[in-house]
Design a protein around this ligand. Structure first.
Ligand code: F6P
Length: 324
């Protein structure tokens, strides 16, 4: 393999730049030409591609976001869009791809690989940590720490004013950020999409706290929770508990997607970027590089897309025990 392309796609995640850097520097080391594709599949279709050198990735290991930019391309979901992308790659002589992203990214890569045979190896980049085939995804650790920083600050003011706070964290289909930031932030309860927490349980938790003279409480709600957004949960609670209860809602939103990547994410991204590249060189295709029990492993896209990554429900039990 003489020439490859690298791109980031889907929601950005802190550490994606460290991953791009590892791919580019690894390619330079192995004597392979590497092209950066801007805005994911959109750039592949538009031919928005440039040759990257070692210096193209100088001074980015510490930066959040992605220098290659990211997008969710509707056109790539059509056969015509993928045809254009293939023609562009062909004309540039690109023989393999490194895709940095999440489920949607790998679904696109799998379909494209099956249609045109271009080998692709993925590196898992998403703050949600919802990908089967790796213990952690790039950006998750930073997002948890960003959420935790906000939770700690909110706890100060919650305690000063004897308030109940509902804090919404990201995780459309996944409770990983909610669980980790909730445990580390000493939350009274964590609500996640994977497990139904009925409103009655939230009410009970609050009442039990009051009976033990707790004056403030923090409830973490993952954005995809079945009972609704943090605001909706708070509205339901308001009518069921003491109407004088002082309730506030904070949605952390996209603050969790940006910021300086943690040391953990930079190291993980470097290992996964180089692992993806060396896998591609060694003949891997249509797989995602992941790290399980500290070992580099490759999992078929089909499995990363299809198989769920269950949360550890025992951690939810722990939240309950530790908040008595
Ligand atoms: O990609 C992860 C994620 O952060 C989800 O948790 C969230 O629902 C989604 O991205 C929001 O993405 P966007 O605002 O880019 O559509």
């Amino acid at each position: 393999m003489k020439r490859i392309g690298v791109f980031t796609s889907g929601g950005d995640a802190p550490g994606m730049n460290a991953c791009i850097r590892a791919v580019v520097r690894g390619a330079c080391y192995h004597g392979i030409e590497v092209f950066g594709i801007r805005r994911g599949y959109s750039g592949m279709i538009a031919g928005d591609v440039y040759k990257m050198e070692s210096h193209s990735v100088s001074n980015i290991v510490q930066r959040g976001g992605t220098i290659l930019k990211s997008a969710r391309s509707k056109e790539f979901m059509t056969p015509e869009g993928r045809r254009k992308a293939y023609d562009n790659l062909q004309s540039l002589g690109i023989e393999g791809l490194i895709a940095i992203g999440g489920n949607g990214t790998f679904t696109g890569a799998m379909i494209f690989g099956n249609e045109y045979g271009i080998p692709t190896v993925g590196a898992p980049g998403t703050i949600d940590n919802d990908l089967y085939g790796t213990d952690y995804t790039i950006g998750f650790d930073t997002a948890v720490n960003t959420a935790l920083d906000a939770i700690d600050r909110i706890r100060d003011t919650a305690s000063s004013h004897d308030r109940i706070f509902f804090i919404e964290v990201m995780g459309r289909d996944s409770g990983y950020i909610a669980i980790q930031s909730g445990i580390a932030g000493g939350a009274e309860l964590v609500m996640v999409p994977e497990v139904l927490t009925p409103i009655s349980q939230v009410v009970d938790t609050l009442k039990q706290g009051w009976s033990r003279s707790k004056s403030s409480s923090i409830i973490i709600v993952a954005e995809g929770d079945e009972e609704g957004s943090a605001q909706e949960v708070a509205d339901k609670i308001k009518v069921q508990v003491d109407e004088n209860a002082d309730i506030r809602v904070t949605t952390l939103g996209h603050t969790q997607r940006g910021g300086t990547p943690s040391a953990y994410d930079r190291i993980l991204a470097s290992r996964l970027g180089l692992g993806a590249l060396e896998g591609l060189i060694a003949g891997q295709k249509n797989v995602m590089a992941g790290i399980i029990n500290n070992e580099l492993v490759y999992t078929p896209f089909e499995d990363t897309i299809r198989l769920p990554k269950p949360i550890n429900e025992d951690l939810l039990r722990m939240v309950k025990i530790l908040s008595v």
